[in-house]
Design a protein around this ligand. Structure first.
Ligand code: FE
Length: 131
């Protein structure tokens, strides 16, 4: 599906830090345990750093031990797009912002109940609104 929000590379570069650009627009991955929100336990809402779409909540965040913010579900699934990613010799499911196409991370099927899902998301893709 086409992105609702389209900007040029120059516009994204002007808006984002280098790390945010590398992760969201170039499908990069921040180094484990280095992101701002990995251990964030404050109640609130996680938005897309590129377009502010609502993506995840503290209510579904859990400590996966992976080194990245992890969520077992999202009430904003309509803002999430998934695609099969076969890069690096692995078969994974990539998670993107459906509004602007930002790369967020991947979703795995080894999460906790009740969903069994683990959305493994880069802090660099997120903004946080403390409740
Ligand atoms: Fe977005």
């Amino acid at each position: 599906m086409a992105d609702e929000i389209e900007k040029s590379e120059e516009e994204w570069r002007a808006q984002l830090t280098d790390e945010q650009f590398r992760v969201t627009r170039e499908k990069g991955t921040e180094r484990a345990f280095t992101g701002t929100y990995t251990d964030n336990k404050e109640p609130g809402l996680y938005r897309c750093v590129c377009c502010s779409a609502e993506l995840f909540r503290s209510d579904e965040k859990f400590d996966s031990g992976s080194g990245w913010p992890s969520f077992f579900d999202s009430p904003h699934a309509k803002n999430l797009r998934t695609e099969t990613d076969v890069s690096f010799g692995m078969r994974r499911t990539e998670v993107m912002c459906d509004k602007c196409g930002a790369h967020l991370g991947h979703v795995f099927e080894d999460g906790p109940k009740p969903t069994g899902l683990r959305y493994c998301i880069n802090s660099a893709s997120l903004d946080f609104d403390k409740k």
